[in-house]
Design a protein around this ligand. Structure first.
Ligand code: ARG
Length: 461
């Protein structure tokens, strides 16, 4: 038998390979809730406009509710022969309510239908990820307040640079997550227009009310151009871009956790909850969750690249290529959501080795800049000269294998006679971080104020 939905023009069954390459139900079944919601809105509008009868609309709506509960219960039979979610739902609807089911597709095409469903799906995804990111921020802020005074080494080039506080470091990721959330919000705004009613590509001759369906589905307005409505997937691309940047942020933090928990570095420990052992090496404590967050980034960026490549040469309007928009994106969103939740768990879990952090913060002459700043402030030396003087002092300390604050004052004075004992007070890591009070700097009181402000802001959301 040829296809029930378009069989009129066909006399032969599709080849098995045709069916296999064409079928998308394994992926788009995840759109079932959105598909049913959109169909109900469409049917109600058709009735309101007198295009179908109120009775048909009522039966369609009831039938769709039944299908929803069948799918939720797991009793719905998804049929590969029916290709995708749209035809599976409609096929079942006709079993349930008979010929009235055939009226649902009036003034609609699968092209505007799938565009609508996927917009609704991506919108829900954005809201979920936003909520997960808010929880991630809250965890970071909590730990930052706890560790506003915990001194650790700050690095550039992965070389010890200047002491910072762990709280300050954690708050950096709060700011990144805030921009990530902003990008998702922006994408949501542009996404939130309704393609429904664009029909196949040209609109329809029926007197539909696209404002009504848009409103019912929580869209801000109908999309203004029917060709655009069924042809573009920029809303997926934009959301995947936001997801990619978010994943990159998470990945960098995950990498730091991997690095910090390495016995070579030893700045942080993770509890048994976020570590795994080795089947052969009994001593191992592997930060697998952090490694997997780092790796999931590949999946997210891969999905973005994949869809950009699918879309880049497509003429208007709908092309079947676009059916490939969902799998990668859905997997990417799931991976990102898991990564955010895993990072939140690790933020809560991580145990800083405060003593080791402080010791490491003082290694590698991390307070050399503080000495140079002291020379500028106290002796009014130009910074370039102070840099040079300090460099020579660091050189002498390194030759003797001692830290800056261990270097006898006379040795410093042999380089710059005007240096007094007071200079030694700026060389501790604590006084170094305390002095960084410029806006956005690492001073504990700054960090505390920033974290508290964020706490308020997150509570208000
Ligand atoms: N399963 C299709 C997709 O995801 C639905 C749209 C099909 N439209 C068509 N004209 N074949 O893109």
């Amino acid at each position: 038998m040829s296809n029930k939905m378009w069989g009129g023009r066909f006399s032969e069954r599709p080849d098995a390979i045709m069916e296999e390459i064409n079928v998308s139900i394994d992926v788009d079944r995840h759109l079932y809730a959105q598909d049913i919601t959109a169909s109900k809105a469409h049917a109600a509008m058709l009735a309101a406009q007198g295009i179908i009868t109120a009775n048909d609309a009522k039966n369609i709506s009831k039938g769709l509710d039944t299908i929803l509960s069948e799918i939720r219960k797991g009793s719905f039979e998804f049929k590969r022969a029916l290709e995708d979610i749209h035809m599976n739902v409609e096929g079942r609807l006709s079993e349930l309510i008979g010929p009235a089911a055939g009226r649902l597709h009036t003034a609609r095409s699968r092209n505007d239908q799938v565009a609508t469903d996927f917009r609704l799906f991506v919108r829900d995804t954005i809201d979920d990820i936003d909520a997960a990111l808010a929880r991630y921020q809250a965890a970071l802020v909590r730990r930052a307040l706890e560790h506003a005074d915990t001194v650790m080494p700050g690095f550039t080039h992965l070389q010890t640079a200047q002491p910072v506080t762990l709280g300050h470091h954690l708050m950096a990721y709060v700011e990144m997550a805030a921009r990530d959330r902003g990008r998702f919000r922006d994408a949501r705004k542009r996404l939130n227009e309704s393609p429904l009613g664009a029909a196949a590509l040209a609109g329809t001759s029926f007197p539909i009310d696209r404002e009504l369906t848009a409103r019912t589905l929580g869209f801000d307005r109908p999309m203004a151009n029917s060709l655009d409505a069924v042809s573009d997937r920029d809303f997926v691309l934009e959301t995947l871009s936001a997801a990619s940047i978010t994943a990159v942020h998470l990945s960098r933090f995950a990498e730091e956790i991997v690095l910090w928990t390495s016995p070579l570095v030893g700045l942080v420990r993770l509890s048994d909850k976020f570590t795994t052992g080795s089947s052969i090496m009994p001593q191992k404590r592997n930060p697998d969750a952090a490694e997997l967050v780092r790796a999931k980034t590949g999946r997210v960026i891969g999905a973005l690249n994949g869809l950009l490549i699918v879309m880049k040469g497509l003429p208007l309007a709908y092309q079947k290529d676009m059916q490939e928009d969902k799998q990668g994106a859905m997997e990417a969103f799931a991976a990102l959501s898991l990564a955010v939740r895993a990072m939140t768990g690790m933020v809560d879990d991580l145990m800083p080795e405060a003593e080791r952090m402080k010791q490491a913060a003082g290694e590698g002459y991390a307070t050399a800049t503080d000495l140079a700043d002291w020379l500028v402030r106290t002796l009014k030396m130009p910074f370039r000269d102070a840099h040079h003087v300090t460099g020579r002092i660091v050189g002498l300390a390194a030759k003797d294998g001692v830290a800056l604050h261990e270097l006898p004052l006379e040795v410093m004075q042999s380089v710059e006679p005007r240096i007094t004992a007071q200079a030694l007070t700026v060389l501790s890591v604590e006084s170094s971080v305390k002095s960084r009070t410029s806006y956005g700097g690492t001073a504990p009181k700054n960090v505390r104020a920033q974290a508290k402000a964020w706490q308020k802001r997150l509570e208000k959301e």
